[in-house]
Design a protein around this ligand. Structure first.
Ligand SMILES: *Cc1c(COP(=O)(O)O)cnc(C)c1O
Length: 453
């Protein structure tokens, strides 16, 4: 039996403002640099690939940024998203801990990515952009932008990492249903793609390569801009609706989290749930432990270097100071497509460096085991990415069982796994293996970090 406890907010509690952590940072972020001059990049330079509305947000230090009404109108279709108390999981674990999870799988595309896709499509539309190019790993971001493009009448061109393109034909069909075009990356449609193919004809692709392809096209045409689904400040800003809602819902539950947990690919869903709580702490409120969980096979925060690096393989993007495995690192073709990125959001990197965020990594087998344990208790099959957050939440709850502490754990269930059943088939069939990170390849990629001087 599942006597689920659900905390629902009505429409009027849909946030009116996004929360910008830049307003509360104890030390400001290092500037983003132009890839050619290595000088702090200007809004004019960024406007080649991004709309002005997005650039303003990227550089803003204002704490609250109003969510435009047309964006709220769309978000209202599935937001506020539910917060659940994982009572069945607590019972199964026999833990005194209270476990809460915010469920972002209720969006039409099945993950949190739609929160930013809608906002970015809106800013492009009001500035007269006709076409948006982007990359997608597992397909969640591409699906979300395809949906947003359909709502705001924009052409969407998606470069999908090749390994996922073949593993996930349903994701491609999803994007095409909304009228988007989807191309396997590396492709022969761009110079960056052709260069990779010449060197590695069998390349599985990576987010870094797909970003190069998308940025290259956007830079060539005035009516075309580029959109990124994670990493940058404005994306993390758009995701703050998750944590802002969760704050109200935890209040409804008469609880406050001792720890907030999220999985991290580029960092957007983790920041989305964690930053509003961290903001309170930074303004003198209660302390919360923030745990960022990444795969052992792509261990950016736990094994990377904090340095200026490019966001893509062909070095077309600006330079960001972040934890990185090196922009030429090709993560192994493990299933968790959404977590295969060499870099990490500068805001998360910065806060991890300052000690406000605790990174942790897990192997994929233990994450699938945790995801299945969660599904059996709570009835929701998590996306493989989200299994990393589930794994950490279970580990913390088990720790509480040992110590007898009744901690309050909040984690973000960033998406459902309904498009990822092949990964579950492989796991259940014993075909998945733990892939340890490639120490030598990372060392090589890090040796190639740009020298800034
Ligand atoms: C894309 C994705 C992630 C990883 O991206 P972040 O920007 O780190 O959030 C995690 N979970 C799901 C379901 C995703 O789609």
């Amino acid at each position: 039996m599942n006597d689920a406890v659900k905390y629902l907010l009505d429409e009027q509690h849909l946030p009116r403002f996004w929360y910008n952590i830049n307003a509360d940072l104890p030390v400001p972020l290092d500037p983003v640099l132009h890839p050619g001059t290595q000088q702090p990049i200007t809004a004019d330079e960024l406007s080649v690939i991004f709309p002005r509305g997005v650039i303003e947000q990227e550089m803003s230090t204002e704490r609250e940024i109003e969510i435009p009404e047309p964006v709220r109108e769309v978000l209202r279709q599935w937001r506020p998203s539910p917060l659940y108390r994982a009572r069945q999981l607590e019972k199964a674990l026999n833990t005194p801990a209270k476990i809460f999870y915010k469920y972002e799988g209720v969006s039409p595309t099945g993950s949190h990515k739609a929160n930013s896709a809608i906002a970015q499509a809106f800013y492009n539309k009001v500035e007269g952009v006709k076409r948006i190019t982007t990359e997608t790993g597992a397909g969640q971001w591409g699906s979300s932008l395809a949906l947003a493009g359909s709502f705001f009448d924009l052409e969407i061109l998606v470069y999908m990492v090749k390994v996922s393109y073949h593993q996930k034909p349903y994701r491609r069909a999803f994007m095409e249903t909304f009228g988007a075009q989807c191309i396997a990356s590396p492709s022969d449609t761009t110079e960056s793609g052709r260069a990779i193919l010449a060197e590695h004809p069998d390349s599985n692709g990576s987010l870094g390569v797909a970003i190069s392809e998308a940025v290259e096209l956007a830079a060539q045409r005035d009516d075309t801009k580029y959109a990124l689904g994670s990493v940058l400040n404005h994306v993390l800003l758009h995701q703050s609706v998750i944590g802002l809602e969760a704050q109200k819902q935890m209040e409804m539950a008469d609880a406050y989290p001792d720890m907030v947990i999220g999985c991290t690919g580029g960092g957007s869903n983790f920041a989305g749930i964690a930053f509003p709580f961290l903001g309170e702490q930074l303004r003198g409120g209660r302390k919360v432990e923030l745990i960022a969980v990444e795969p052992s096979a792509c261990p950016t925060l736990t094994k990377g270097t904090f340095a200026y690096d490019f966001g893509d393989t062909a070095h077309l993007t600006p330079l960001c100071k972040m934890y990185t495995l090196g922009s030429s690192f090709m993560p192994p073709g493990f299933h968790t497509g959404g977590l295969r990125y060499h870099g990490m959001a500068p805001q998360i990197s910065h806060l991890a460096k300052l000690g406000y965020i605790t990174p942790r990594s897990y192997n994929q087998l233990e994450c699938f085991a945790a995801g299945i344990q969660f599904a059996k208790a709570e009835g929701i099959i998590p996306a493989p990415e989200a299994n990393h957050a589930v794994r950490a939440a279970i580990a913390e709850a088990e720790q509480c069982r040992e110590t007898g502490e009744a901690k309050t754990i909040l984690f973000n269930l960033s998406g459902h796994g309904h498009f990822d059943m092949q990964a579950y088939i492989d796991y259940l069939g014993g075909k998945l293996q733990d892939i340890t990170y490639a120490e030598d390849e990372i060392a090589m990629a890090l040796a190639g970090l740009p020298s800034i001087g």
